[in-house]
Write a protein that binds this ligand. Structure first.
Ligand SMILES: *[C@@H]1O[C@H](CO)[C@@H](O)[C@H](O)[C@H]1NC(C)=O
Ligand SMILES: *[C@@H]1O[C@H](CO)[C@@H](O)[C@H](O)[C@H]1NC(C)=O
Ligand SMILES: *[C@@H]1O[C@H](CO)[C@@H](O)[C@H](O)[C@H]1NC(C)=O
Ligand SMILES: *[C@@H]1O[C@H](CO)[C@@H](O)[C@H](O)[C@H]1NC(C)=O
Length: 194
């Protein structure tokens, strides 16, 4: 397997410097339910939106990354490239949401966009904390390109959900062997991945 050429290191323990991070990295990567729970927090944002008149209209269109996964292309990428792609996509969401938040004056909308920004930052912290050493030394992935632009909050949320269910979930599945083995070696607890 391609994984055998890669050494995965999970850097950093827990969150004391990052109190906003709500999932332990190994829980996150090894436990599908933990990932689902984190993803489902988007639903709360949708509830908040319902109580905020005008929340769906964004002040200007937000540039979004490509979120669909092409299976054959994905399979061709190294873990290093996959991680870079997910990080780049999350950064584009973060910047777009922050730009929209900066142009917003309505309180409930500002709060909604800030919550979404924190949600994205949580994922970025978790994905950034992974360090994948690639023995094949593939060149760094080129910058992530914008793929579409959306002018409504609900559309941005939908695309964001697609990123989490798509590329991020694929990355988690592809990483599990390496990371969950590390977890099993260092603890005696029954691991969430078997
Ligand atoms: C996968 O990589 C090979 C070798 O680099 C290339 O020839 C092929 O076109 C790639 N396939 C896809 C679907 O990107
Ligand atoms: C939004 O505002 C913050 C603080 O003023 C600034 O640091 C950030 O660069 C701005 N982001 C965008 C995308 O305009
Ligand atoms: C990507 O961003 C550039 C620069 O803002 C813009 O000109 C282009 O139309 C965008 N592409 C898509 C597909 O939205
Ligand atoms: C938002 O985008 C839709 C479709 O892309 C377009 O029809 C609509 O006019 C846009 N609304 C605003 C306020 O820009």
């Amino acid at each position: 397997m391609a994984y055998s050429r890669l050494l995965l290191l999970l850097i950093g323990v827990i969150s004391s410097h990052l109190p906003e991070v709500q999932a332990r990295p190994t829980d996150f990567w090894c436990n599908r339910q933990a990932r689902k729970n984190m993803e489902e927090r988007i639903e709360r944002l949708k509830t908040d939106m319902a109580g905020c008149v005008g929340a769906d209209t964004l002040p200007s269109p937000v540039q979004l990354p490509c979120v669909s996964v092409h299976t054959a292309e994905w399979a061709n990428k190294t873990l290093h490239q996959k991680r870079a792609e997910v990080v780049g996509a999350l950064q584009m969401f973060r910047d777009g949401v922050q730009g929209a938040r900066n142009q917003t004056t309505l309180d409930c909308k500002t709060s909604l966009l800030e919550k979404l920004g924190h949600h994205i930052a949580n994922y970025l912290a978790i994905v950034n904390r992974l360090q994948i050493q690639d023995s094949t030394m593939t060149p760094p992935h080129s910058a992530v390109q914008n793929c579409s632009s959306r002018n409504s909050t609900s559309e941005v949320l939908k695309q964001y959900g697609n990123l989490l269910k798509g590329k991020l979930e694929r990355l988690a599945i592809d990483l599990q062997d390496g990371i969950c083995k590390v977890e099993h070696r260092t603890t005696n607890t029954k691991g969430p991945c078997s």
